[in-house]
Unconditional design. Structure first.
Length: 504
């Protein structure tokens, strides 16, 4: 064996590069297997961010890698999942970068009815585990919806059956959101219609439905597969408007039926669930009105009978009010006399009180209290002149005498304060600042008009001075002090506001 590779002339096996060999293999595989159909179970399915899908098809003895480009992946009628048996159609090719071969899948189909039902059951269990089919999240249907939204094909017989049944039972406003109900993109459009109805504002230009019906006619499981897609189920389960699912005939069941608030066996039955019968409602209201009227009339008759029985047992108004009327007449006769007597007593009390409130009496009482206060001050001054030692000895001999003096002084001060407050309240000069005036003649207060006419000339004393006046009946030149009043002794001048208590 030579150390260096040598090529002999005419050698029919020249050395190929890795790229040349890989290219030759790629052309050979693609020419030989340009169109194949492979049946197997999906494993390791992964959707890349670029949109391409990568998976492995396997059986009990072998496996082969597969790839679905972005364009073909968007056209698949179902979502591939691990464990599903499918039939993939495409071509074989090689991937030189990893020295492996793979199938480029152009179309993928479920491998028979069993695989489709297995996928459906697996999806149902996964969505049920999330709580999308729970009964406690389902909403009650409105009794009489004002607006009904219908998601279905606008050209099929389903919408005509629904409109005809609604018109027969209870004519209502219907909004139709036309969508394809099978084929490519049907599931996304049905889900978008449900979300569109749910997104309508309450007071917007387009009325928001009170109820939504998702409807489709009967068909095979492949025809109804759009209503088994996860996007439709999630849109129906998340809608805040109550939804009736009417997909297929009575024996057809889709995942949309589990997610909806109510399932109808047919689209016509969905219309019957949506609204009551108008004629039956009118008949029921009429019957209730008649029963209410009969009950009201019967109650009125019975109440009248009870009122008549009670009225016959009650005494007459004259019997009830006779004694009270007589008592009222007696009180009306006694009232003027009582008022007159009470008025006379009040006048007498007023005259007696007015005589007791003369300034001279108040001034005399103040002078007496002032003299008592001066004596108390002199006693305290003499007590203060005693030497401290002697006062201490006297206090030691009589410990209660100082306390007695202090107590008596406090009592005297309290009495003086009370008398001063009384004097201030009775001082006639205090009211002069509020616009009043005091009438005097001959140094005395004139209390009445008769005394004023008798005096003839008077003096009006205000807060800031006095004014001399004369009555119209007074003769000219009559002196200010009349003989009747001049003969009386003049009182001492009132201390008035200048009198202030002084305490040491």
């Amino acid at each position: 064996m030579a150390l260096l590779a040598e090529e002999a002339p005419g050698d029919n096996a020249p050395a190929l590069s890795v790229s040349e060999l890989s290219g030759a293999l790629k052309r050979t595989v693609e020419d030989r297997f340009g169109h194949v159909r492979v049946r197997g179970e999906i494993s390791g399915f992964k959707r890349h961010v670029s949109g391409h899908c990568y998976l492995t098809l396997k059986d009990d003895k072998a496996c082969i890698d597969g790839v679905v480009w972005k364009g073909q992946a968007a056209q698949m009628r179902f979502r591939p999942e691990d464990g599903i048996e499918v039939i993939a159609t495409g071509k074989l090719t090689t991937y030189p970068g990893r020295s492996k071969y793979q199938i480029v899948i152009e179309r993928m189909e479920l491998a028979g009815q069993g695989a489709l039902m297995a996928l459906l059951d697996k999806r149902r269990r996964a969505l049920a585990a999330e709580g999308l089919f729970d009964e406690d999240r389902k909403q009650r249907l409105p009794f009489l919806p004002r607006t009904i939204g219908v998601v279905t094909s606008p050209t099929g017989a389903v919408i005509r059956d629904i409109l005809h049944r609604l018109a027969d039972r209870f004519p209502s406003r219907v909004l139709v959101w036309g969508v394809p109900v099978q084929g490519e993109g049907a599931a996304e459009k049905v889900a978008a219609a449900v979300r569109g109805f749910d997104a309508l504002p309450v007071d917007g230009p387009v009325p928001r439905p009170d109820l939504v019906i998702v409807a489709r006619g009967g068909g095979s499981i492949e025809d109804l597969w759009a209503f088994n897609e996860e996007v439709v189920v999630r849109a129906v389960a998340g809608c805040t408007i109550p939804i009736i699912s009417a997909v297929g005939h009575e024996t057809d069941t889709t995942l949309c039926d589990f997610a909806a608030d109510r399932r109808a066996p047919t689209p016509t039955a969905a219309a019957e669930m949506a609204v009551p019968v108008r004629a039956e409602l009118l008949a029921g209201v009429g019957a209730l009105g008649q029963r209410i009227g009969q009950a009201a009339r019967r109650d009125l008759v019975r109440s009248g009978e009870r009122l008549g029985h009670v009225a016959r047992r009650l005494p007459t108004p004259e019997t009830l009010l006779g004694s009270q009327r007589q008592k009222l007449d007696d009180l009306a006769d006694r009232l003027p006399r009582g008022l007159s007597r009470r008025l006379a007593e009040a006048r007498g009390d007023l005259a007696q009180a007015a005589g007791a409130l003369r300034p001279r009496l108040l001034t005399a009482r103040i002078e007496r209290e002032r003299a008592a206060l001066d004596r108390l001050h002199r006693d305290l001054g003499r007590a203060a002149a005693v030497p401290v030692q002697a006062a201490q000895r006297r206090l030691d001999r009589h410990p209660l005498r100082l306390a007695t003096v202090v107590t008596r002084f406090a009592d005297a001060r309290q009495k003086l304060d009370q008398l001063w407050r009384v004097a201030q309240s009775l001082n006639p000069d205090l009211v002069l600042a509020r616009g009043y005036a005091r009438v005097e003649a001959g140094g005395r207060v004139v209390p009445s008009a008769a005394r004023a006419i008798e005096a003839g000339r008077m003096r009006l004393i205000f807060a800031d001075g006095s004014v001399d006046v004369a009555t119209a009946d007074s003769p000219p030149g009559k002196p200010l002090e009349t003989p009747a009043l001049a003969s009386r002794p003049k009182p001492k001048p009132s201390p008035g506001a200048s009198l202030q208590p002084r305490l040491l």
